[in-house]
Design a protein around this ligand. Sequence first.
Ligand code: HEC
Ligand code: HEC
Length: 470
Amino acid sequence: MTPRSYIMRFGGIVLSVAAFVVIGTSFSDDVWSQIARLAARDPGVRSGPAGAGGAFESGLTANEGRAFVNGREQFEEVQSVQGEQLVSDTELGLGPRFNLDSCAGCHAQPEIGGTSPAINPQVEVAKKEGASNDLPPFIKRDGPVREARFKHNPDGTADGGVHALFTITGRRDASGCSLQQPDFRTAVARQNVVFRIPTPLFGAGLIEAIDDDTMLANMHAHSATKQSLGIRGRANRISGQPNTSGNDGTVTRFGWKAQNKSLEIFSGEAYNVEQGITNELFPQERDETPTCYFNATPENRTNFDATDPLEVPSDVVRFAVFMRFLAPPTPAPDTDTIVRGRKLFGDVGCAMCHTPTLHTGKSPVEALRDKDVNLYSDLALHNMGPGLADDVSQGNASGDEFRTAPLWGLGKRIFFLHDGRTKDLLEAIHAHAGFGGGQYVPSEANQVVGQFNRLNEIEKQHLLNFLRSL
Ligand code: HEC
Ligand code: HEC
């Protein structure tokens, strides 16, 4: 760890130490280790039961409950290129390009519907069924599940699209197909590749059921405090062009840049982008190379001939139902340190972006209607500065803007921030500050992070304990 990060880490408490570092005095290892014991730290992934993964315990009808179970089965289903006639217990449609072969593989921690697990399943899928994929250099067994985007096209124009990691080439259910993977090594060398990790889906139905006006009123609340802290925030909206409200113009809220409107649209897009499975929302293959075109498209659709009503909807609808009825994560019970940490979270200004509670509107589903949503997000976009910027624009969101990440479920998370760059909550907090090239550069969170840094180490520890209780 560099002396600078030590300064950031200790804030005010060891000011004299910091001063010595600034004027160049160096310490022995012994002194550093004594300092380290004083420092607040992320207590790590909370032990005990997952506290997530089930449906709402009340407010669902019997049929809604059955639809949840059915949706979860689809969410866990593993895909192969041509289905179970060639690879048992699989549905057809995988590829020709893909990032993994099931939704549940990426959305796994601490339970199905969550986020990146400890062991990245992308390592195994690279060679599954005889596939001949090289493992991109940024995919590691103990690293986060990742999706890769390129910032620019070879001619320098903006790209921003997802470039699937793998192809079906070499798989025994894809004979005759020969495709090249994108050249990730060159993209890495040119710093042209950026990453996203999966966002957790627990409570997603509640997020979907928040009215736009509720979101907007919250965004405009406490405006004097926000202004004094340099916090702005704006809504992303469904639009044809950046900074317009074309199409239906309502607020979008899913994804790291709040780029996506609904759970159903996200499902349709994820099915095609992550697994290469065409569907009624996204009917065309992203790569139509004829020798790799094995199935009629869309590969998954409404099953008009099904006798069981639960089997009639397409997978996309069933995924959306599963996510909509997935209960929010259960936080740990309050203790003294958690209560103190919650207060400090408000005092230093984290809550100005990470709004503790929003409220749902008039949903037809009782479990979603008129309910508090303890998501710790305003669902708005904020400029987070060059340290976090990925140069990808989506709707109104520009390259340095991200949706305030909902913090519910944080206690059970392994990887943090949009690209999964850290497992350490303190690093995640420090990354909010646009600290680059030895000086502060714009980020709407700069002043709040400064206030966090000025807490003493015990107070910081309360705040971290609170975060791990979520
Ligand atoms: C290869 C890993 C991977 C697979 C497979 C995958 N996802 Fe995701 N999921 C992601 C990533 C990465 C994001 C964040 C994407 C972004 O913001 O650009 C995400 C985000 C989401 C979100 C947004 C949630 C929120 O609150 O922002 C939904 C909904 C979702 N995925 C549903 C699905 C469904 C349904 C499937 C199966 C069809 C699926 N995902 C398969 C990686 C994956
Ligand atoms: C200006 C708005 C803003 C403020 C203030 C702010 N955050 Fe954030 N926070 C964000 C955004 C936006 C992200 C997502 C950034 C990214 O992934 O690139 C985020 C991400 C996080 C994450 C990672 C969550 C994840 O899903 O990986 C944690 C933890 C977090 N914030 C904690 C805090 C704490 C603690 C404070 C107060 C010290 C704070 N934040 C202040 C906007 C803010």
